[in-house]
Design a protein around this ligand. Structure first.
Ligand SMILES: [Zn+2]
Length: 123
């Protein structure tokens, strides 16, 4: 298992954890809000209602964070795929470099002449 796979596992694990927390927040928040609303005459009822609403509000960042972590985790696999295909240039920058169609030498952006065989290209 390489480091990218570990990071992917960690991110997806965190994402699933956050979604579980979001679901728990929604369930308990909904329950407390309903119980608090029934019992609004007492201090305990108001406390339940406030905590219930806070938990319902917390549901949104938790579910968004969970989806984001899972998304980033899966994006890492796509990055790993393009490394495998050799699309990363030697300087670590440009993807899908152009090659001279005569000798196969890699060409930098804007080069109008192959440095190896001298073949000319349109800019
Ligand atoms: Zn060439």
């Amino acid at each position: 298992m390489n480091s990218i796979q570990k990071q992917k596992g960690l991110l997806i694990g965190l994402g699933i954890g956050l979604i579980v927390i979001a679901v728990l927040l929604a369930s308990f928040g909904g329950y407390l809000t309903a119980r608090g609303a029934v019992d609004l005459g007492s201090a305990a009822g108001i406390v339940k209602l406030v905590f219930g609403i806070l938990m319902l509000v917390g549901f949104f960042p938790a579910i968004m964070g969970g989806i984001k972590f899972i998304w980033v985790g899966y994006s890492l696999v796509a990055t790993m795929g393009s490394i495998k295909q050799g699309n990363i240039a030697k300087d670590g920058g440009t993807v899908n470099m152009k090659k001279c169609d005569k000798c196969g030498t890699e060409l930098k952006d804007g080069q109008t002449e192959c440095p190896e065989c001298g073949k000319k290209f349109e800019a």
